[in-house]
Design a protein around this ligand. Structure first.
Ligand code: ADP
Length: 266
C-alpha cells in the first residue's frame, strides 16, 4: 500500500537527508523503521504522509502520489500518526472530546460519532475514562487515547513515531500490545524507534543510516547479520544474553525460539 521509489530529500540543498530510498510496505504489514538519532527516520515518516515532498523520486500510498496536492486529503484519511509526546497530543479537555475532535474534523455524521468513540476507546481499553481529564491520566493512558482518536477515524495505516519513548515500562508495554493487537486485526503498522527491544514484535525491519536504507528484512536475520552497535543501537537483552552465554558453552537456550515465543512470531 506504500511505495518509496528512489526517494531523495534534503532540508538544505547539497546536504541529503534521504538518499535514494526505495521500499514497499504491503497492507497489513508490521514494519519497524530503526536507526540512530538523526539518521532520517522522522523525515521518512513525514514523507509518507506528504508533510514533506521528495526532491526526487516518488512516494505513493496505494496509487495516490503525495506530490499531487489533489490526492493529499485522501492520503491523510488513510494514515494516522501517533507522536512521541503524549502531552502534545491532547488538545481538548476530556477523553471523549479528544476522540470526537478528529471525527468532527473529517465530518463524520453526528449520529455515527458516539459508536465510533465507544469502539475506539474499547479497542485501547480506555472506555471507563470517557469523562476523564488529561491530567488524571498516566503517559501510557494518554498515548492510548491518542491511538483511540486515530482509530476512530478508521485509517488503513498507523505510524508510531517514537511513540513509546517517553513512557514508563508499563505504558510502553501497553502501547506495544495495542500495536500488536491492531496488527492482528489487519492494520498496517509502521513503528519508528531506536529501542531494539521493541522491534522484536515487528515482521520486518528497515534500518536507515545517514538517509540510506542499510537493511530490509525480518528481525531474526537483522540481529544475526547486522552489527547494531555500528549504528549506535543496542542489542535487545535476550539477544545479548544469548551471545554472551554462547561464549561460555553450548548450553545457551536458543534466543530465536525465546524471541519467537515471547512475541508469538511464527
Ligand atoms: P531521526 O528521526 O532518525 O532522528 P530526522 O529525520 O529527524 O532523524 O533527521 C534527519 C536529519 O535531518 C538530521 O541531521 C536532522 O538534524 C535534520 N533535520 C531534521 N529536521 C530538520 C529541519 N526541519 N530542518 C533542517 N534539518 C532538519
Amino acid at each position: 500500500m506504500l511505495t518509496f521509489d528512489h526517494v531523495e530529500f534534503y532540508y538544505k540543498k547539497g546536504q541529503p537527508v534521504i538518499d535514494g530510498v526505495s521500499f514497499t510496505i504491503q497492507a497489513g504489514e508490521f514494519v519497524s523503521i530503526v536507526g540512530a538519532n538523526g539518521s532520517g527516520k522522522s523525515t521518512v515518516a513525514k514523507l509518507i504522509d506528504g508533510l514533506l515532498l521528495p526532491k526526487k523520486g516518488t512516494v505513493k500510498v496505494h496509487q495516490l502520489d503525495t506530490a499531487n496536492s489533489d490526492e493529499l486529503l485522501k492520503i491523510h484519511q488513510q494514515i494516522g500518526f501517533v507522536f512521541q509526546n503524549p502531552e502534545d497530543q491532547f488538545i481538548t479537555t476530556t477523553v471523549m472530546d479528544e476522540v470526537l475532535f478528529g471525527l468532527q474534523n473529517i465530518q463524520v455524521p453526528r449520529e455515527e460519532m458516539r459508536a465510533r468513540v465507544d469502539a475506539a476507546l474499547h479497542a485501547v481499553q480506555m472506555e471507563e475514562y470517557l469523562e476523564a481529564m488529561p491530567h488524571q491520566l498516566s503517559g501510557g493512558q494518554k498515548q492510548r487515547v491518542a491511538i483511540a482518536a486515530i482509530l476512530a477515524m478508521r485509517p488503513q495505516m498507523i505510524i508510531f513515531d517514537e511513540a513509546t519513548s517517553m513512557l514508563d515500562p508499563q505504558g510502553r508495554k501497553q502501547v506495544l500490545s495495542i500495536m500488536h493487537e491492531l496488527h492482528n486485526q489487519g492494520m498496517t503498522i509502521v513503528h519508528i524507534t531506536h529501542h531494539m527491544e521493541e522491534v522484536l514484535c515487528a515482521e520486518r525491519i528497515l534500518l536507515i543510516q545517514e538517509g540510506r536504507l542499510q537493511f530490509d528484512g525480518d528481525p531474526l536475520s537483522f540481529f544475526e547479520t547486522v552489527a547494531v552497535a555500528d549504528y549506535q543501537l543496542q542489542l535487545p537483552f535476550a539477544v545479548r544474553l544469548h551471545k554472551t552465554l554462547q561464549l561460555e558453552g553450548p548450553l545457551a537456550a536458543d534466543w530465536k525460539e525465546g524471541i519467537r515465543s515471547q512475541w508469538s512470531i511464527n
